[in-house]
Design a protein around this ligand. Structure first.
Ligand code: URA
Length: 210
């Protein structure tokens, strides 16, 4: 049977460590000449909840871990608000594995479609090896990479089935930092609804298993 564009690739690596070794040595990826570091993941590889971001930012580029800057701090607070520990209960990665360098005074930019497409098989392979039951896609880039869809405002909060996993697009924490209102209907209030729904589904999966 022909695999669809958005299927996970045939298994290539037998462990996450093996994949990380190969990725750390990447030298022909589209951002290899950007002079930025390869940043892959943090958290618990046994976690049943995985979060996919966009691309490393300046702090992540320095520290070599995703979501360790301001967006990451907010992400950790969002997770903690429903008692998820970001090191124990969650595995965190990105759609693009190097910071795209900025132009015109900015130190980074959004990844291009070609960059997203290039790194996609690596993301798929990470998901296959981690084998999470729930995957949260933060923002448009992660939603495009995994589901081939864009339009986060409409897509957020909706469950999708993807290779036997439950997948939900949610707002990117950086978007919430730019929109701090907590009024009903604001991005922050919608995120609060979404993370509670994620907690509810996570708990029901855990109780099904026990
Ligand atoms: N934003 C992301 O999408 N990923 C990171 O790792 C940091 C900021």
């Amino acid at each position: 049977m022909q695999k669809s564009l958005f299927d996970e690739p045939d298994s290539t690596y037998s462990s996450l460590d093996e994949l990380i070794d190969v990725m750390m040595k990447m030298d022909d990826d589209p951002l290899a000449n950007a002079g930025t570091n390869v940043v892959i993941c943090r958290g618990n590889p046994q976690a049943k909840l995985m979060i996919v971001g966009e691309a490393p930012g300046p702090q992540e580029n320095i520290q070599g871990k995703p979501f360790v800057g301001r967006s990451g701090q907010l992400l950790d607070q969002i997770l903690q608000s429903v008692n998820f520990d970001s090191e124990q209960d969650v595995f965190i990665s990105n759609s693009v594995f190097r910071m795209p360098p900025g132009e015109g005074g900015k130190n980074f930019r959004k990844p291009t479609n070609d960059e997203i497409a290039y790194y996609k098989p690596y993301l798929f392979e990470i998901i296959r090896l981690i084998d999470p039951e729930i995957v949260l896609l933060t923002g448009n880039v992660a939603t495009q990479s995994l589901l081939g869809l864009t339009g986060i405002t409409k897509l957020r909060g909706q469950w999708h089935e993807w290779n036997g996993r439950k997948v939900m697009p949610i707002f990117h924490p950086a978007y919430l930092l730019r929109n701090p209102s907590r009024k009903p209907g604001s991005p922050k209030s919608l995120m609060w609804q979404d993370i509670q729904e994620v907690r509810r589904v996570y708990d029901s999966l855990v109780s099904e298993r026990s």
